[in-house]
Ligand binder design. Structure first.
Ligand code: SF4
Ligand code: SF4
Length: 150
């Protein structure tokens, strides 16, 4: 339903999955759509959604994902445009990444790598200050979490 939440970076700790505000570099955060959809499977970490994946690793998709809801509950999510008749209903329900404080994981990673390269030229205080600047510019926030198996 084009919510874009499956393109957010996730962390798994024990039996819970944590969705972050950092996204794949190919996600357009203005539209919530993939910039290279036809070639997406060439992007590192991108997986094809298949019935098998939904059966064995549903946790790779967020709980409100239309594929998951359809598989687990036999119906579409209430905010799905095919249910509401409104093509903007996912955004209006606050389910789309366009309503969330999303940042590109690649940009944060680039800034962190750059800082690491400069490390030997910086005092501890300068290093801490620059690390703080990265945290302010590209904050890492966990948006939601849920159990691994439904
Ligand atoms: S490449 Fe895959 S993970 Fe990245 S934005 Fe496109 S669909 Fe999402
Ligand atoms: S409905 Fe599911 S597969 Fe579609 S964009 Fe949202 S999380 Fe991804």
């Amino acid at each position: 339903m084009h919510c874009g939440k499956c393109c957010l970076l996730k962390w798994q700790k024990k039996d819970r999955i944590y969705f972050s505000n950092l996204c794949c570099s190919e996600l357009d955060i203005e539209t919530g759509l993939c910039r290279c959809y036809e070639q997406r499977l060439n992007v590192s970490g991108c997986r094809k959604v298949t019935p098998q994946l939904l059966k064995t690793q549903p946790e790779l998709l967020p709980e409100g994902c239309a594929y998951r809801v359809l598989t687990e509950q036999g119906k579409l999510p209430d905010c799905h445009p095919l249910v509401t008749g409104d093509k903007d209903s996912v955004r209006k329900a606050g389910m789309s990444v366009v309503t969330m404080p999303i940042q590109s994981a690649a940009l944060r990673q680039q800034a962190v790598r750059q800082l690491r390269r400069q490390r030997h030229r910086l005092s501890a205080a300068e290093f801490d200050e620059k690390a703080m600047e990265i945290e302010i510019k590209f904050p890492l926030v966990f948006l939601e979490d849920y159990a691994v198996k439904p």
